[in-house]
Design a protein around this ligand. Sequence first.
Ligand SMILES: [Zn+2]
Length: 99
Amino acid sequence: MLCLGMPYPVRVKVVEKDLSKDKAWGISYDDLRLIEIHDKQCESERLDTLIHELLHLMRPSWREKEVIRVANYLTRHLWAQGYRRRPPSGSSGSRGGFR
Ligand SMILES: [Zn+2]
């Protein structure tokens, strides 16, 4: 499926789970269009990990160093602009639990 005219995976499932055994903050599975994110990260680290794994899906030819550099850059600017995850629906709307 095309996204903005580019062959990027549009639908990507993101699952949070304990990745301690994998010793990873995140893992992307291109064939499954699945991203697993370690569930014990603060919110800014989670954002960085999500961007990082999305870049792996978008740009599989990029070296790890380039993915890290771009993810860190985007995370820093998005975070500074106030971008945060909404609390899950049905919650009290409190930001509690978000670091
Ligand atoms: Zn990576």
